[in-house]
Ligand binder design. Structure first.
Ligand code: PSZ
Length: 501
């Protein structure tokens, strides 16, 4: 009763008119959202340097209570729309970085606004549940419509989590627990195991390990950090376990001119993986799995061929260990397929796939044998947030209805060919154009020129980010179009020409 009177009150209060946050027209939420014709700006609008004085002042103020050194600019989320981000100084930038790859449909998408305004969703925006204990009535429907409708082929189970790192963290734990369960061959854990685990000692806490790769990034929690090898700023001062680290291939571009060299490079890295597994097994630090990004994101947009990933899967099958893809950055359509590993034509599905960012909720898909056998083993208070899954359900629908994966492929091809053309003109300054879909990158000749480009492009109305030491990365939303690529390329030419002369 209380709930329905609260709902009535809510409905009454929202039937008043107020400006639509997307098009600013006066409206009542019940009728307007479906008709809203909110349009993003036609082009960037630059009034000050980016960051401007207001952003700088806010950053300084934030700096009095926390380290604000990583803040790029303060953002006006009310005025950001579609592919455009608005800053605190009245500038509008075409955003090809999208909150570090985490906005699937750009800013203030009318369908997401409508979802938030839908009174039926209100209770799940207001009451954040402890999902493992008290899931909402329609949880199963939500999971099916949102997460399971987007699942990689062959992966039927899913666990939600709050963020990328904790998704990776719980993939690791699933791999370890499954390995130990299989080792016990159906017997329950011994008393000694139950006691020793409480004081961090074997046999309860066994010396199990996972193979990760040079330049990998998997997050900053302790387990995920053990597999992260991109930059010292992530790692320094934290104790880390002794786990095997293999090299990730460094391919030469253009790929069709370096087939032989690239195959040799991938074979070298694969041999290293096999050697490390053998070595660690012998050291009594058994390897239970391999964790890899389909395209290394933070570490410099490093790619490998389908052959490399197929071979990795063969190694995991031969050793009866798990293959985990970390798709936190590559997942949800950015590469033109829902999951980047779908580009690799694997014989079987991988064992685990972690996600977050564009998926709005964190979590992971996994194969049936990784299902925890005891309650409470993969558990925390929130294990995600249903309000994010409600939004994801709408994202999934929009991706299908608007055929956004096709758009990502077409826009991505256009972006890559435009950059390849530019690369020939500015030989020596930029190189190694690469990517899948709009998950694209180029290299500058050194870190200073990359950083200079990002700064100048921002001042001319394009927001972009870097990865690795000298890579420029594109992480737009799925709604990017060719016309946006043209706007970017104009700025690209004007900045790079100045740098080249
Ligand atoms: O500096 C940082 O902490 C950053 S900058 C970009 C990320 C993290 N990416 C997050 C990420 C990822 O790209 C991959 C492949 N795996 C895991 C993560 C961790 O996700 P969050 O940041 O949600 O914990």
């Amino acid at each position: 009763m209380l709930a329905s009177s609260a709902l009535r009150h809510f409905r009454k209060s929202v039937t008043k008119t107020f400006p639509c946050s997307t098009c600013l027209a006066k409206q009542t939420f019940t009728s307007h959202a479906t008709k809203c014709t909110a349009k993003e700006p036609d082009q960037p609008l630059i009034k000050t340097n980016v960051p401007g004085p207001r952003s700088e002042a806010l950053k300084q103020e934030l700096g009095t209570v926390q380290n604000s050194g990583s803040v790029v600019f303060f953002t006006d989320y009310d005025r950001s729309q579609g592919n455009y981000i608005a800053d605190a100084d009245g500038n509008l930038l075409l955003d090809l970085y999208m909150q570090i790859a985490s906005m699937p449909l750009g800013y203030n998408h009318p369908r997401l606004i409508q979802t938030v305004k839908n009174a039926q969703n209100l209770a799940l925006f207001v009451n954040r549940p402890a999902l493992s204990c008290f899931p909402p009535l329609q949880w199963m429907i939500r999971l099916r419509n949102a997460l399971l409708s987007m699942a990689p082929p062959g992966l039927n189970s899913v666990q939600t989590m709050a963020c990328g790192a904790c998704s990776v963290e719980n993939c690791l734990k699933s791999m370890f627990m499954t390995y130990q369960r299989q080792m016990r061959g159906g017997k329950p854990p011994s008393q000694e195991e139950l006691q020793s685990c409480l004081i961090n000692e074997p046999p309860g806490c066994p010396n199990l390990t996972v193979v990760s790769f040079s330049n990998a990034f998997h997050g900053r929690t302790m387990g995920a950090l053990s597999m992260t090898h991109a930059k010292w700023v992530h790692k320094l001062d934290n104790p880390q376990p002794i786990w095997p680290i293999a090299q990730f291939p460094r391919l030469q571009y253009p790929l069709d001119q370096f087939e032989r060299e690239n195959r040799a490079e991938e074979d070298r890295c694969l041999a290293m993986v096999e050697e490390l597994i053998e070595k660690f097994n012998k050291l009594d630090r058994p390897v239970v799995g391999i964790c890899v990004e389909p395209i290394q994101g933070e570490g410099g947009d490093n790619m490998a061929s389908p052959y490399f990933f197929q071979s990795l899967q063969n190694i995991t099958k031969k050793n009866r260990i798990s293959l985990m893809f970390d798709e936190v950055q590559t997942g949800c359509g950015a590469t033109g397929k829902m999951w980047a590993h779908e580009h690799f034509n694997l014989d079987e599905p991988p064992d685990l796939v972690s996600f977050s960012k564009k998926m709005l909720t964190g979590g992971f898909f996994f194969r049936d044998h990784l299902m925890p056998q005891e309650a409470g083993r993969i558990f925390n208070t929130w294990v995600g947030d249903p309000s994010k899954v409600i939004l994801l359900e709408e994202v999934a629908k929009v991706i299908k209805e608007q055929d956004l994966l096709k758009q990502v492929n077409e826009t991505g091809k256009y972006l890559i060919s435009s950059l390849e053309e530019a690369q020939v003109k500015f030989d020596g300054l930029i190189s190694r154009t690469r990517g899948l879909g709009t998950h694209v990158a180029i290299d500058f000749k050194d870190p200073t020129s990359r950083d200079h480009f990002i700064k100048e492009a921002r001042n001319k109305g394009i927001n972009l980010g870097g990865s690795g030491s000298q890579t420029l990365r594109f992480r737009p939303s799925l709604i990017l179009e060719k016309k946006h690529v043209d706007i970017f390329m104009d700025v690209f030419y004007s900045v790079v020409k100045e740098m080249y002369d």
